[in-house]
Write a protein that binds this ligand. Structure first.
Ligand code: DGL
Length: 265
């Protein structure tokens, strides 16, 4: 079974990482569209064009299923590419529904962090109209985190300053849940927790997406909370950067990202 996972950039590595932990026996292709990252500040037409080309090339590489490991690309183009192909194409959207359920118990509000495109697209607003009937959800675009992530700036003071600036108009104490509505944001869990003085639950869509993928492909789904990925696990993947085989530098970057994901929770 060949599973292809793609994103505008390195955010998708967080989804690949989860897939390797939970569906370890599949064959994987990982595609980062590094020539065009970030997607989150581009027009919908541009993003649709990128996604079209990527999905065409992954289908020609005989992928049995494709995961759009990008909330932005899903919001803009998932429906469009699903109409073209019959293989499963799994998208991602901000995990607002589970966040609202937990926030009701916690008597708090939900803050969804995502890209400007995800926040402006209809997909999120139609989801909110179904699940946010009590108006507990606020939205915050955080495009700067995508830029930091692509440059592997995760724990530096400039990240903390950026998060503080973006949060300045919000009453942080009102929130009990933050939804990480962009796969790049998973690398910043420590910084986001710090900004909320640790009193916050971070909710991302990665686990739900991989569970959905396993169900769809009828593959066994494993979970061992103790397990971390070794080089052997993540070096066997076919990594592509905007269609080209990843070079030495890209491969070592992907390795560093898997190691970061091993070390943060
Ligand atoms: N990782 C992507 C997402 O989940 C988008 C990042 C970007 O390219 O702006 O939305």
């Amino acid at each position: 079974m060949k599973i292809a996972i793609f994103d505008s950039g390195i955010g998708g590595v967080t989804v690949l990482h989860e897939a390797l932990l939970r569906i370890p026996d599949a064959e994987y292709i990982f595609y980062a569209d590094t020539d065009h990252v970030p997607y989150g500040t581009k027009t919908s037409e541009e993003i649709k064009g990128f996604v079209d080309d990527i999905v065409d090339s992954l289908v020609s590489l005989e992928a049995d299923a494709i995961v759009i490991a990008c909330n932005t690309a899903t919001a803009v183009a998932a429906e469009h590419v699903r109409k073209k192909y019959s293989i499963p194409i799994i998208g991602m959207e901000p995990a607002v529904k589970p966040a609202v359920e937990v926030a009701k118990k916690d008597n708090g509000r939900v803050l969804v962090m995502a890209t400007p495109v995800t926040i402006r697209e209809n997909k999120l607003h139609s989801l909110l109209s179904k699940v946010d009937t009590d108006h507990m959800v606020d939205l915050l675009p955080m495009p700067g985190l995508v830029r930091f992530a692509e440059n592997e700036i995760f724990d530096e003071a400039e990240v903390d300053e950026y998060i503080e600036e973006q949060l300045a108009v919000f009453d942080k104490s009102a929130y009990s849940e933050v939804v990480l509505g962009c796969t790049h944001f998973n690398y910043f869990k420590p910084a986001i927790r710090k900004a909320f003085a640790d009193e916050i639950k971070l909710i991302d869509g990665n686990v739900g997406t991989i569970k959905h993928l396993a169900d769809k492909l009828k593959l066994p789904y494993e979970y061992n909370p103790e397990k971390i990925l070794t080089k052997f696990d993540y070096e066997r993947i076919d990594y592509l950067v905007s269609g080209r085989p990843a070079g030495k530098e890209d491969l070592s970057k992907f390795g560093r990202l898997h190691e970061r994901l091993n070390s943060i929770k």
